[in-house]
Design a protein around this ligand. Sequence first.
Ligand code: NAP
Ligand code: MG
Length: 398
Amino acid sequence: MDKIKMTTPLVEMDGDEMTRILWKMIKDELLLPYIDLKTEYYDLGLEHRNETNDQVTIDSANATKKYGVAVKCATITPNAARMTEYNLKEMWKSPNGTIRAMLDGTVFRAPIVVKGIEPCVKNWKKPITIARHAYGDVYKNTEMIVPGPGKVELVYTAEDGTETRELVHNYKSAGVAQGMHNLDDSIESFARSCFNYALDTKQSLWFATKDTISKKYDHTFKDIFQEIFDKEYKEAFDKAGIEYFYTLIDDAVARVMKAEGGFIWACKNYDGDVMSDMVSSAFGSLAMMTSVLVSPQGYYEYEAAHGTVQRHYYKHLKGEETSTNSVATIFAWTGALRKRGELDGNKELMEFADRLEKATLDTIESGKMTKDLALITTIENPTVLNSEEFIKEIAKSL
Ligand code: NAP
Ligand code: MG
């Protein structure tokens, strides 16, 4: 059989620990035998990030801007313990943070739905995708402990020196205060990423804030979304048979629990942080969750939602057997290959992505899975496979 040809390279960002081991197995067993794989390789493993003073992360993000599609392995975000473990020159920033800042994107997280792993919410039949705004609000706040009586104000000083003030509170006794911000540009990017992704995946888009209470802050989010939708997307949505729907955050939460799934739920930064963990755990497992960063310019970076699975890696180093789930990492590859195929008009590559996903799900549905899934499946007497056996079983179905 001839291998599938690629015209444009994918940006390949290798990573750390157990996911780095899975990365190589996936390439060797599931990709290289079938595809003449063209990638521009960037090693984001912590050692190489340290050697290059993290320049490699910046280079990989720039390459994503050049080629449009990247696939990323999970990477270590250094903390104090990693400083000694890897003898680091500096506590390098989270690669995901660096890449997100450079691509100015929105992160979409969707569960991989498979028979035998049932959501806790029984009416959820299709995945619910969370789109999380990744800039500002409480994540870039300024806080203050107010020690006693006195007033706290918000002060805006314009470039010409004019001041505008708003009283936050006239304190009669001690308390706390918080200031936070967002930017129209960032909210606009967020809105466009969401609308584009909805069209891309042919799913309706829900957006919710607390605009009845937050009449300026949250209302601005609501207005920007509506304006951009009416001006730039309404026609395309009508044509695609999908809708944009705005409601209050409490109403959205109630509706999500009663819904069937199959839509995108756009969330402000904090709501997305909280709701994505709720949705992913209700769907079964973090190891069955994909994540894609979509920039308003239409650059895509695919990855698994989980980390480097450090605990399994240390077992692996000791020569012990691991049963690490590679599904989310496989789906990061299929997502990227399908998008590459779509952009290049390469139908064979898109079909291969579909087939690899089907082979992966068929393997699980036939009762062969890793330990994390075996613990929660409704399939009776599942066969628990180790990390390598699971990938080899998928190769057989493929
Ligand atoms: P983690 O890698 O997500 O793993 C946490 C636990 O979840 C594991 O110990 C394991 O539970 C379970 N798990 C996660 N993925 C699994 C999989 N594919 N198969 C089976 N079980 C899985 O989080 P962590 O151990 O807290 O973080 C490790 C490193 O990852 C950190 O250095 C962190 O900075 C990094 N990280 C990177 C990203 C990213 O690159 N996007 C995201 C998050 C974290 P059991 O041990 O109970 O089996
Ligand atoms: Mg969180």
